[in-house]
Design a binder for this molecule. Structure first.
Ligand code: LMR
Length: 327
């Protein structure tokens, strides 16, 4: 065989391999609308990752529980059917009890305190608290502080007594509503509007972006400015898949992720007040302020919840979170 023939054959082989090289397809699935902080962060990640690796990486974003809803998305991630998801921190109870710290009612004064805790060494260590279970935390992402809502005003803890509340799948949130004599029901996010509309539940709790984008204000008469807890996310991936990526791609994707999270957080910080204003302007639900005294009573009613979950979460983690209120 001539050298020339060998060289041509080698060139052909390279050309063929290049032509058939398929891009790495990354499915990023979530349950909220595109316009929310999480929706915006996911689209930003697609933009940045595809710009960094043209033709090599393709990111497909699936919003609104289109691909997987609550309950199914974590399993799908572990099975490799989806590569990136960003569940609310309330939805990790099955995988680590430590993240329950984020659900403790009235723990954080505001979203800035949540941000400081997430950036602290304790917060950062929690990103790796599920690697043994196959889940890698790529970063925290904000949505915002939650508001209580129902078809009657909820100024005092006793106002919630006997009412049915939709909750995320969190034992802490279950205890939160039980502490005031209410009946919590774990329901997937995609079912919330209908559950409120048909009276399956009487009330719920949400940050403003979810209340606005999913139109929950159409099916709730009163929304309290309670800010009693936080709804944030952890963006996660399948650890094995992530570690199996070529090193340069993994590095570039990690950078794109950090940038997309910063973008989503900016949307969360800037837009929360706008979403609240839009809900008020829609004139369907009444947004009610709460006095310091009312908040004090709610806070006192929630103390048993802290006591109950302190052993599982860990005193040190709760202490680190509290410290973030006073920088
Ligand atoms: C909820 O179920 O209420 C939220 O976790 C939805 C979301 O992802 O913001």
């Amino acid at each position: 065989m001539s050298l020339r023939f060998l060289a041509v054959a080698a060139l052909l082989a390279v050309a063929q391999a290049t032509a058939s090289a398929q891009p790495i397809v990354i499915k990023y699935s979530h349950v909220v609308a595109d316009q929310t902080p999480k929706g915006q962060a996911a689209l930003k990640f697609k933009e940045l990752a595809e710009k960094k690796f043209p033709g090599k990486v393709e990111v497909q974003v699936f919003p609104n529980s289109q691909l997987f809803g609550d309950g199914k998305e974590m399993e799908a991630l572990l099975l490799g059917d989806v590569q990136i998801i960003a569940p609310s921190l309330a939805k990790f109870g099955k995988y680590t009890p430590k993240l329950q710290v984020f659900d403790l009612p009235f723990l954080f004064d505001d979203i800035a305190a949540v941000d400081r805790f997430q950036a602290s060494p304790t917060g950062q260590a929690l990103l790796n608290s599920m690697t043994k279970k196959g889940i890698k935390g790529l970063g925290y992402l904000h949505n915002g502080m939650k508001q209580l809502s129902a078809n009657k005003p909820l100024h005092l803890p006793e106002d919630a007594k006997g009412l049915k509340f939709r909750i995320q799948s969190s034992d802490v949130l279950e205890a939160q509503f039980k502490a005031v004599g209410a009946n919590p029901q774990k329901l997937a996010f995609a079912e919330v509007y209908q559950a409120l509309q048909t009276g399956v539940v009487d009330g719920t709790e949400n940050p403003w972006s979810n209340t606005y984008s999913k139109k929950f204000y159409e099916v709730q008469k009163f929304i309290m400015d309670s800010e009693h807890g936080v709804l944030d996310y952890m963006v996660i991936t399948n650890n094995k898949w992530w570690e199996g990526l070529p090193a340069d791609i993994r590095k570039g994707l990690a950078e794109a992720m950090t940038e997309s999270i910063a973008y989503g957080n900016k949307v969360a910080f800037i837009e929360a007040a706008n979403y609240r204003q839009k809900v008020i302007e829609a004139k369907k639900a009444e947004v009610l302020p709460m006095t310091k005294e009312e908040i004090k009573q709610w806070r006192a009613a929630m103390q048993p919840v802290w006591k109950k979950f302190e052993p599982e979460i860990g005193k040190d983690i709760i202490a680190a979170a509290l410290k973030a209120n006073n920088p």
